[in-house]
Each structure stands twice: as structure tokens, then as C-alpha cells.
Design a binder for this molecule. Sequence first.
Ligand code: SF4
Ligand code: FE
Length: 491
Amino acid sequence: MALMTAQEYIESLRKLKTRVYMFGEEIENWVDHPMIRPSINCVAMTYALAQDPQYADLMTVKSSLTGRTVNRFTHLHQSTEDLINKVKMQRLLGQKTASCFQRCVGMDAFNAVFSSTFEIDEKYGTHYHENFKNFLTMVQDNDLTVDGAMTDPKGDRSKAPSQQADPDMYVHVVERRPDGIVVCGAKCHQTGSINSHWHIFMPTISMGEADKDWAVSFACPTDAEGMYMIYGRQSCDTRKLEEDASIDVGNAKFGGQEALVVLDHVFIPNEYIFLNGEYEFAGMIVERFAGYHRQSYGGCKVGVGDVVIGAAALAAEYNGVERASAVKDKLIEMTHLNETLYCCGIACSSQGFKTKAGNYQIDLLLANVCKQNVTRFPYEIVRLAEDVAGGLMVTMPSQKDFHSGTVVGRNGETIGDICNKFFAAREGVSTEDRQRVMRFLENMCLGAAAVGYRTESMHGAGSPQAQRIMIARQGNIQGKKQLAKDIAGIQ
Ligand code: SF4
Ligand code: FE
């Protein structure tokens, strides 16, 4: 099968029997649900751009497994150039959606599991790498979206998986059969879970011998028997359910999605298992996946940042202050911060290296520095955007008020007339355009999109402390001490 179009992707989701719950009820037609659809549109953009000749070089690539043309989101990186192109592609998608477009978690899982399974087989003579290559060939040939599911609920964080009062706090094997395994547990805040065709489950921490049953990785169709999702809500999400509120929503077309993914005795056939008890490799999968996803943020958040900077500049223009030196300087600062993140994404890619399995891994230290910066700079960028935009982004009346025909004035003025009079922008700019840019910024800075641009920048791909641990491990303080000793003449 060739690459799917955006529309084919959306239609393909309707064929799945995915179980989705929201506000305490099962959602039957989740594909068209106004709170879910924007996140589907976002993933659809990864298909649409691959069909666009302007972006084909970036969005598509020859498969290392089959030689056929595949979407880069399903590719195994074959060079540092591939790693750089991945970051460029993510920046492009961020620019086109101003949201988390979700398909990267699968791409990062493919690359981490591909290289790790090779090394597990090398040690144990298992067949996980072959399983994985067959699975990925199917994914590439059908142009599927796959979710990378890592984050377990974790329960009491001072305890290992096997020590938890409730064993389901980490995904684990409850039964081993000749033809496969049965698994239970859950993964929290899974990006792009509902609108993926398949999931790859991976461990979330390093494990010891007692945790054998929790050291498990496998692929599973999203509508597998026993699997279901409970949709995560976002700030101001119910605006998407209101009538005449498309401007109030801020970004009516696109958005991200997270869900709690539950595995209630799900059977996984042998051919989809990539780790099953080889506990000492759990940490390798975690470290590699996290490394790739920390690189990813040097692309996606930068693309979203480009839109935030553009919106702040527009707000300044509409307010008539674009020439003020203080405003210009704030836009420079935002650009500087945003491009610093991009530098990190490109740097960790350009310093990548070949794994034993043959695909390319990013430089771990630089990827962790990248993500550590991402836990800070988008916050400063939205702070400056709020500064430039002014308070109107959070105090403006609703779209319905702007459209209201209710008479309130002595001369027959309606609520709409009054809103349009007092919220008028500079000459030549419509009040509605000003309204649109303010609501967009509200959405980015503290509405539904702030999930993707702020809190996800903090906690996605691991919270700040996780990067500091990696920076400590990779930072080579002993080597640096030696440098100082050599020059200072210390024996
Ligand atoms: Fe992709 Fe960024 Fe969303 Fe992760 S946070 S899935 S890298 S867009
Ligand atoms: Fe993320």
C-alpha cells in the first residue's frame, strides 16, 4: 500500500473498534467529536504534508528495510542527516499546527526498540529484532500511526515495580502461554493514543531481577480486546463544545491529546513481543527512547514557538506598537530563545552515532541539554508573548457578544456594536482579526494548547530532574577536573 492521504488516515480510524471514554461515558463517534477531532487533524497533517511536493523531500524517505518510499515518521534514521531532517520535519509540523502532532512518539519508539532488540538478541539468542523488523515493515507499508507508550502510573515512587502494593502500577505479564503473553496495567498521559492504529509499549524505568515480569515491551493494536482509553481533559476544552465559539477556542483546527491507556488482560502473540523478562535491557530502551524524544522537542516546540512569536508580533501590529523599541527587543529575545532550542535539536542530531543495529542514535548529553532548555524557554517565550499582547487576551468578551443583536444602547446599538466599537484595533485592521490573534495567544499561553507548549515542555519526554541525572552521567566531571589539573600544574 502507498502512503495514505490525510482523508484516508481519518477514514482508517473509523474502521477501528477503539474504546474511548470521556466525562464518564463511552464516546461512540470519537472521530468526529469536537473535543477530539482537532488532535486527529493534527496527525492528519503528517499525512497531508507527505503528499505535498513542496515537502516531499523532508516528509518522505526510502525505507532501510524495504527500499520503498515511506513517511519519515515511520523511518529508522540511517545517518546524522536523517536525524537533522527529523528535527526539521518536526519544526515544520509545529509551524503548520501550533500543536503537538503526536506521531513522533511512535517514531522515537521505533528507533529505540530497533537498536535495543538487536542487542538483546545478541546476548540471549531471542528473536525480538526479527519480530520488530516484521512489525515495522507492516507499519511502513500501511503508513500507520503508532503510539509509543512508556509512562506507567508508578504508584509509590520510592518502590520498584515488584514492590508496589498494586502490581498494575507498572505494565506487567500476568500469564505466559506457548503462543504469547497476557498483560495488565496502564500508561498515563499518552500522547496521540486514541488516534493511533497501534501502540508500542515499553518499560518506563530501569529494572532489577525481581522486576522480570514488568520488563516487557510489545506492540498491540489500539482496538485490542481488553484495551481502552480515558480521555484527558485540557484547560478550556469545553469551549470546543460551544456554538459560535470558533474564535474563542483560539485554534479551532488543531490540538493535542492525551489519555490514560488501560490494559485489562490483553493477549499479545509471540510475534509482537520485543522484551519479555530480560530486565537489564529495560533501562536501555528507556534511555534511548527518552534521548530521541528529548531531541524531538528541539524541533516541535520550536515550530510552535515560531507561531507564538508571529502571533505576538501581529498583536503588537494590531495594537499599533510594532515600532516601539521595547516591543522589537522582546520579539528579538523570543527569537533568540526559540533558535537556541533549535540549535540544541540540530546539535544533538549532528553529533549522532551508529548503533550496533545500524540505525542512528542522537548524542545523549546534547539531547538532554536540549530538553532541559525546553523546560524553561517556552515559559519565557509565552511570558513575553503575554507582555507584548496585553491583558485583552484574557479579558475580551465572547464571540457570541461580538455577534449579538441584543440592543443595549440609547441609539439602538447592539452588544455586538458596542464590542466592535470599544475593541477596535488600529485603522485598517478588523476587530475580528484582533480578537482572533488575542484568543490564539490565550490558547497557547494558558488554554488547551498550553498543555502542549508549556506543561508538556516541562514534563513531556521526562521531567527536568530526569535530564539533570543524564547530564550528570554524561557530563564527565572527572575528565574536566583533569583538564584543570593539567593546566594548573596539579599532580
Ligand atoms: Fe511530537 Fe513534540 Fe508532540 Fe512529542 S511533544 S509527540 S515530539 S509534537
Ligand atoms: Fe511529547
